[in-house]
Design a binder for this molecule. Structure first.
Ligand code: NOJ
Length: 482
């Protein structure tokens, strides 16, 4: 399948390219830069939600599943984007949000039976961004379930009409040429039908979350035992389109989702990149599991440069891009954009804005070419050089990213194995190559099979000068002889 070893490039449409001068990115802006994505060697572009939305959660509060948010453009703009992408050999993956709708979606009033209701808050469930999961509807005086913001009412996937509506919407997009979906918040798709309380936590969670996560084991408010039945219907509706699941669970608990999905994100890896031991465990778990996708960054969490730490970011980029299976690259990862320090009123707006700042296209243009007027969000600060300035610099992060993606062809599809290596270092052998990085601050001996290896790519120029030693914060890929 086309996605098995693909690099999939995530576009956060609001922050990619503004073409109509309103300070917000749009679909024609994505189309205009598809050649940049193709030139990286990515095989697909994943668009963050493009649907009409009141923007309580920037597109993850959908008010119509079969149209385009006017600020982003029109259905015709999307058709043009898909046509251009396909011309360039890129697949197009849409973010689809099955778990909830905006409370401003017409269904909320016209089809209350599509949602989950109670006369009073029915249990102790906590919403992902804080507070109770039960919101009061002022009109009826009743309470509806919301796993995220109160503006995002959870759909009831035990109602067959909900399944029909949502799978119908997915088919609508497939008919327009879309190649797959990233399915949002899947572990929240179905909950305990008896709405039982989540019990007090007996262990620390393996994935970080909001404060409530430390107090409760979320065994009833997510990941219901019959959730797989909904996934089977989704799979039946979409044929062999790519289905990537955002399942916010440790990778081992996400495995059952792979009965119907192609890929789930590996969040353990995402949170481990700052700690070599945890990263080794996460990579080993991922290689064992298969079916999981490595994530450099996304729009919800601190960026790779910030999580890995500036000195190690290049080495971690090389390592993750050399692993088998799909890899998800968030716009700006190829430039080395880190988290932004928000200023003025922007500081209090959204706790995830620091990861969503506009793309940097050309340092010689106002706002680095993102927009002709003030962007909706101040560009990343401090900023790395823009695409135009990095493109032809062999030492840039952009060149490293492009070269590492090109190398994936040579590494093939072999799962590979983690080699034993010196403390603070990580080494993976696959496809006749060894990928070795040193995340410690001191030089470290390289792993055994490398004695006669030939360095084919360095995290930083000069890293492979002495292949028996991995320099601090450095690394390389070496081809094994024989
Ligand atoms: C996960 C998305 O990535 C995030 O941005 C969103 O807030 C929640 N799901 C709710 O849809």
């Amino acid at each position: 399948m086309w996605w098995e070893q693909a690099v999939i490039y995530q576009v956060y449409v609001r922050s990619f390219q503004d073409t109509d001068g309103d300070g917000v990115g749009d679909l024609p802006g994505v189309t205009a830069h598809l050649d940049h994505i193709a030139s990286l060697g990515a095989k697909a572009v994943w668009l963050s939600p493009i649907y009409p939305s009141p923007n309580a959660d920037f597109g993850y509060d959908v008010s119509d599943f079969t149209d385009v948010e006017p600020v982003f453009g029109t259905l015709a703009d999307l058709d043009a984007l898909v046509a251009r992408a396909h011309q360039l050999g890129l697949k197009v993956v849409l973010d689809f949000v099955p778990c909830h709708t905006s409370t401003e979606h017409a269904w909320f009033r016209e089809h209350p039976e599509y949602y989950v209701w109670a006369d009073a808050p029915a249990n102790n469930w906590r919403a992902a961004f804080g507070g109770s999961s039960w919101g009061r509807d002022e009109q009826s005086g009743r309470y509806y379930l919301h796993s995220f913001f109160p503006e995002q009412a959870d759909l009831n996937w035990r109602n067959p009409e909900v399944r029909e509506q949502m799978t119908g919407a997915m088919r609508f997009w497939l008919d327009r040429g879309i190649d797959g979906f990233r399915l949002d918040a899947l572990d929240r798709l179905m909950k305990d039908p008896d709405l039982r309380d989540d019990p007090p936590a007996t262990h620390r969670p393996e994935l970080p979350g909001d404060a409530a996560d430390l107090e409760l084991d979320h065994i009833h408010s997510r990941n219901a035992p019959d959730l797989g039945s909904a996934l089977i219907e989704i799979r039946a509706a979409v044929g062999d389109a790519l289905l990537v699941g955002e399942v916010y669970l440790p990778i081992a608990e996400a495995v059952p989702y792979l009965e119907s999905l192609d890929v789930v994100f590996n969040f353990e890896e995402l949170f481990a990149v700052g700690d070599p031991d945890r990263l080794r465990d996460a990579i080993e778990a991922g290689l064992r599991t298969g079916g999981q996708g490595w994530v450099l960054s996304n729009h919800d969490f601190s960026r790779l440069v910030t999580r890995a730490g500036v000195p190690n970011a290049r080495a971690v980029t090389l390592l993750l891009l050399s692993l088998p299976g799909p890899v998800f690259l968030f716009q700006g990862d190829e430039l080395g954009i880190g988290d932004t320090r928000m200023k003025g009123p922007e500081q209090d707006r959204n706790h995830r804005d620091p990861f969503r700042t506009p793309m940097l296209w050309d340092d010689n243009e106002p706002h680095a070419g993102f927009s002709t007027r003030d962007p909706w969000l101040t560009p990343s600060d401090p900023v790395p050089p823009a695409v135009a300035q990095q493109r032809d610099d062999p030492a840039s992060v952009l060149s490293l990213t492009r070269n590492a993606i090109a190398l994936r062809e040579r590494l093939g599809a072999e799962q590979g194995r983690v080699l034993s290596s010196a403390p603070g270092t990580l080494a993976v052998e696959r496809g006749g190559h060894v990928i070795a990085v040193n995340l410690s601050g001191s030089p470290a001996p390289s792993p055994a099979p490398l004695a006669s290896g030939q360095i084919v790519l360095e995290a930083r120029p000069g890293d492979g000068a002495d292949p028996s030693v991995i320099p601090p914060h450095g690394g390389w890929v070496a081809k094994l002889s024989g």
